[in-house]
Design a protein. Structure first.
Length: 440
């Protein structure tokens, strides 16, 4: 994957106002004390650095009250990443109103991005034409990249649900959220039959995974109720257009939107339920695979015509992440079968080396493991010993930086990609909070 980066120094950001820095300190200190008191000073220092990462290195406060969240070393705002980058602040939002303001401001920015182009996955601060403007698709100056991914539309509404649960403030009662959701539903309904879709995408440079085959339209699919995706959460092209974890995530988000909307907009809530049922029917009829070793599992991708891609990817949504996203319980039989498959050598992107073992991605060189996948593994188990072992691995594979990376070589952690990757830092902070709840 060719990343288009611009040298960006976080010191260029306006320093956080004093009250924001104080809110961070007040939220971090009790966790630091608990970890240090348990003899885990290294993890305490990592939590401190990772918890701060988004606010101190990747956040721009706009004059209109919204927030622009960089991914880190790429100066653009991904709908997926920006949602994940602020989720760990929600646990403290009831005690820290500034954190609630942050998440609500991010959500407002995301809704306007979706209304500007629901097929885009990443956006510029200003409509200045930065990013991949020479891609063969319908670009605009506000868009950094226009790889259509189901999950890019899921993550903001899932964040809205988590925000509602944490604060009691229902964002879906606001007109702009309902307008954005209507746009999402239209796209997902269109992509239930991709043959009628206006979307196409090709990139003039980079590896084949940066472009869709068949003149930018992707490999053929048969309409089955699920909704089509051009790209995975890794930003790599799908082999088969029905991406199962993303369809399950879409169904979950539609349920969450229904729950937030049923008293605010009954008609729109009904549309959510109808589309959700169609997607779940498609997954039930075409998304399972009878594996000779593990029994019934979820496939990663299918085309609705009997072809399956059996794998998992580190990026969320993944098959491993289904309970983390609320899609199923961790004890669900099909999920447990799938989990055993994912965390085995039967998954072509599971790597085991001298330093670590875990899930990687075709997006990065093999055998590279993603810290995000190690965090997701921990966030989908209630076994404190498994979580502690994963935390030890994460602590030992930062190459002395004390921060998460995109990926690292499972035999040589000093060989890593993207040293400044805020999503990974945020989900590590989530894992620490999960661990402390387990051992409370």
């Amino acid at each position: 994957m060719t990343e288009k980066t611009t040298v960006f120094d976080p010191s260029q950001l306006t320093p956080l106002p004093e009250e924001w820095a104080a809110a961070l300190d007040q939220s971090i200190e009790p966790v630091r004390q608990r970890l240090s008191g348990a003899g885990k000073a290294g993890l305490a220092a990592m939590f401190d650095a990772c918890y701060r990462s988004t606010l101190e290195t990747a956040t721009e406060i706009s004059t209109d009250g919204s927030f622009f969240i960089l991914t880190g070393d790429i100066p653009a705002m991904w709908l997926r990443d920006s949602s994940a980058q602020v989720r760990h602040y929600l646990a403290a939002a009831p005690a820290q109103p500034l954190f609630a303001r942050l998440v609500k401001g991010v959500l407002h920015r995301q809704m306007h991005c979706i209304l500007a182009d629901p097929y885009a996955n990443a956006f510029n601060r200003e409509a200045d034409g930065s990013g991949w403007q020479d891609d063969l698709t319908t670009m605009s100056p506000a868009v950094w990249e226009r790889k259509y991914e189901i999950d890019s539309l899921c993550h903001p509404f899932h964040l809205a649900w988590d925000y509602f649960q944490a604060t009691g403030d229902n964002p879906m009662a606001e007109v702009v959220f309902q307008q954005a959701l209507q746009q999402v539903i239209r796209v997902w309904q269109t992509e239930q039959d991709h043959n009628r879709s206006p979307y196409h995408f090709q990139r003039l440079s980079g590896p084949p995974s940066d472009s869709l085959p068949h003149n930018g339209h992707g490999n053929p699919v048969q309409p089955v109720g699920m909704t089509w995706s051009g790209f995975r959460p890794s930003d790599d092209a799908c082999q088969y257009g029905y991406l199962i974890p993303s369809n399950l995530f879409a169904a979950q988000v539609l349920q969450e939107c229904y729950d937030m909307l049923r008293y605010a907009n009954a008609e729109l809530a009904g549309r959510c339920q109808s589309l959700r049922q169609q997607i779940l029917t498609g997954v039930r009829e075409h998304g399972h695979y009878q594996h000779p070793v593990f029994g019934p599992i979820y496939a990663y991708e299918t085309d609705g015509m009997g072809h399956y891609n059996l794998m998992d990817d580190a990026n969320v949504p993944s098959l491993l992440s289904l309970p983390y996203l609320g899609i199923c319980g961790p004890d669900d039989e099909v999920y447990q079968n799938t989990r055993r498959f994912v965390l085995s050598r039967h998954n072509p992107y599971y790597f085991a080396g001298t330093a670590a073992r875990g899930v990687g991605s075709p997006h990065t060189p093999g055998p590279n493991i993603w810290p995000i996948s190690l965090c997701v593994q921990g966030l989908t188990t209630s076994d404190p010993s498994e979580v502690e072992a994963l935390l030890n691995t994460l602590e030992q594979t930062t190459a002395g930086t004390g921060l998460m990376h995109e990926s690292f070589n499972c035999n040589q952690p000093s060989d890593y990609t993207r040293p400044w990757f805020a999503w990974a830092n945020s989900i590590f902070a989530e894992l620490i909070l999960h661990y402390l709840r387990l051992i409370a």
